[in-house]
Ligand binder design. Structure first.
Ligand SMILES: Nc1ncnc2c1ncn2[C@@H]1O[C@H](COP(=O)(O)OP(=O)(O)OP(=O)(O)O)[C@@H](O)[C@H]1O
Length: 306
């Protein structure tokens, strides 16, 4: 089976603005991938390139083993819901399902119908009269009913209330499990990603900072607290992602491919949110977002350890 996404030195410029830089990724099949990063990091740009809506300025990309702009056959394999959940205001809910059926060879009419009923949407209702959250639910329903091999969702739950968010994510997981769909979704809500994603990509300042299976990433990272010391006093083989020092104490977030060696410190695994924040802070504090997945950077020793 082909990789969900393979990118090599991918870059995108909008005029002078570098939106994506030197992005190399290989995401194996069979995953629900969470793409996380701060505002303006380049997430939408990467997702638009992946679904063929934008051409990269530099580098190469393959999605499901093909170029994203590979014609109608490729379009049928990939479902995409943009951040602004595009729907047609003048059409009814039922019209959207009819349109979906006409445009998509693999359309699952039963699934679409059942989901619309489950959501309590009136098929005759004009979409311009739906709330933002309802429009988002409709757009997501159309994308899922297309039964794509890969579903690309740009902040799919941003406009949903907490209950609807939980319901949608549960529905997404059920449908993914039932139909073996790969998913690539962006979100600012790490707690949501934690619930559904088994692969994580952290993008900051247009560059990939971290990518890998969530379970492996969590196993490889520790927060260690010890008496104040320099990064260079730590054993070799530990990559320092984040560091903070007080007068007497140092706290490090470290990555170790092997088991963490014993030392005169207390160590604990990180929650996913803390792991993501450590990489985000590293990129922002070094002001270049460029240390990359294998980079080694220390933050300035100021403030209190957390
Ligand atoms: N059409 C455009 N023209 C010029 N600059 C753009 C355009 N689209 C995006 N950008 C810039 O590219 C950078 C990346 O934008 P992008 O929308 O990919 O970020 P994002 O991570 O999706 O942000 P957010 O989380 O706020 O949605 C930003 O600095 C943005 O201002």
């Amino acid at each position: 089976m082909n990789a969900i996404l393979q990118a090599h030195a991918l870059g995108k410029r909008y005029g002078q603005r570098q939106a994506l830089a030197d992005c190399s990724l290989e995401i194996p099949p069979g995953h629900v991938v969470g793409l996380v990063g701060p505002n303006g990091a380049g997430k939408t740009t990467l997702l638009k390139i992946a679904c063929g809506m934008l051409a990269p300025t530099t580098g190469r990309i393959e999605v499901l083993g093909e170029q994203p702009n590979g014609g109608t056959a490729q379009l049928a394999r990939v479902g995409y819901v943009a951040q602004d959940t595009p729907t047609y205001g003048n059409l009814s809910v039922a019209d959207h399902l009819k349109f979906g059926a006409k445009m998509n060879p693999g359309w699952d009419a039963k699934l679409a119908q059942a989901r619309v009923e489950q959501l309590g949407l009136d098929p005759k209702q004009k979409v311009s009269k739906l709330s933002g959250g309802q429009r988002a639910q409709l757009a997501l329903t159309v994308a899922v009913a297309k039964r794509p091999e890969l579903l690309i969702l740009d902040e799919p739950v941003a406009s949903l209330d907490p209950l609807a968010r939980r319901d949608f994510l549960r529905y997404l997981m059920e449908s993914v499990a039932e139909h073996d769909t790969n998913v690539l979704l962006s979100s600012h809500l790490v707690s949501d990603l934690e619930r559904v994603c088994d692969y994580l990509v952290v993008l900051v300042s247009s560059r990939v900072q971290l990518a890998g299976e969530t379970e492996d990433l969590l196993a490889q990272h520790h927060r260690i607290v010890c008496t104040r010391r320099q990064e260079s006093d730590l054993p070799a083989g530990l990559e320092v992602v984040w560091a903070k020092h007080t007068d007497r104490q140092s706290t490090f977030v470290v990555r170790s491919e092997r088991e963490l060696p014993a030392g005169d410190w207390s160590a604990e695994h990180l929650e996913l949110e803390d792991l993501v924040l450590a990489y985000m802070e590293r990129a922002v504090d070094t002001g270049r977002g460029g240390a990359g997945p294998g980079g080694r950077t220390t933050m300035q020793p100021t403030g209190e350890a957390r």
